[in-house]
Design a protein around this ligand. Sequence first.
Ligand SMILES: Cc1ncc(COP(=O)(O)O)c(C=O)c1O
Length: 400
Amino acid sequence: MTFGPIELEEVHGAHNYHPLPVMVSHGEGAWVWDDDGNRYLDFLAAYSALNFGHRHPALVSAAKEQLDRLTLTSRAFHHDLLGPFCSELAALAGKEMVLPMNSGAEGVETALKVARRWGHEVKGVPDGHASIVVMDGNFHGRTISIVSFSGDHVAKAHYGPYTPGFRSVPYGDTDALAAAIDETTVAVLVEPVQGEAGVIVPPPGYLHDVRRLCVEHDVLMIADEIQSGLGRTGATFACEHDSVVPDMYILGKALGGGIVPLSAVAANRDVLGVLTPGSHGSTFGGNPIACAVGREVVRLLDTGEPQQRAADLEEPLRQALEKLVGEGVLEVRVHGLWAGIDLDPALGTGRDLCEALARRGVLVKDTHGSSIRLSPPLMISEEDLLWGLDQLAEAVAELG
Ligand SMILES: Cc1ncc(COP(=O)(O)O)c(C=O)c1O
């Protein structure tokens, strides 16, 4: 008996995900196909990693050219793209320095390490006493330290002993944040919009308050823009909507153009300058292929077109989703081309809705409970977007 790829995955792959039963073998733009030729509209875009769509021609050709020239040096030697990539991404972020890593979680770990080092060496917090304030409902990845301050029981259970030094406060609550900051606090880590929590947008002015409190108490503001950044909300950074500039940006997902894992921390010299040779690193961080793709991503964002596209599609997305409220949907939250949808739990789980959508040719993923999140590629046509939203309305009706 021969096993197909899904059975092989089931038997020989660890079960740390529960994918929808769709086998994607080809992708182009906002669409993917399975081996039987069935076509699906990708309304997830790999959680924003495919902001530019599947196989964007400029990104693919940057990767291919680099594959034919040089793939890896490690950071033991220089290569000709690291400097240009760092300077171009720093310029996009309005910062002086960049440190590229690979996965988003590594980018977050990097920011936490930099903040602790800055706290001990620059702020003068006694060594080993630095504290970092985080937000309830956060999602920053899955390393031991990151799950140590996660409120998600499934992500955290049985991974102790947990890393100390983190305090969690309710998201959007300025008073709670003010009360949590003390002389040991070196950083506040915040998602400008909580993506995995269900696209939760904080109250107006909240990020501004975070910025103010950080300045008042000599604390670094770290914005995890791994999911919210690089165009998704209609701006390069979601923080821009509140005219806030954090001390550190953490970027990932779309930075790798949907081709390579690429994350980065961007900050000024007084912060990132605390790192010295050997104090942090990664063999593949800032490798030539990642830099080639990352430079092209920065070039695409420099045009402002992806950001504008998300801004333009926000209204049609909002209008279509708001029609569903009271018709099987309890609440929708829209920010740019990004939406959280709370299905009435009486109709089913988020997973039920995702399965009904997959049967109608639209791919999405539940966040938790009865919530799903939509994050289509930013280059999707309005026609395709509206078609996908029609399928959503029909899938909700089917469950009702
Ligand atoms: C805000 C945020 N931070 C960090 C991460 C972790 O990124 P990765 O899965 O690449 O480690 C994610 C992933 O969803 C995220 O949404």
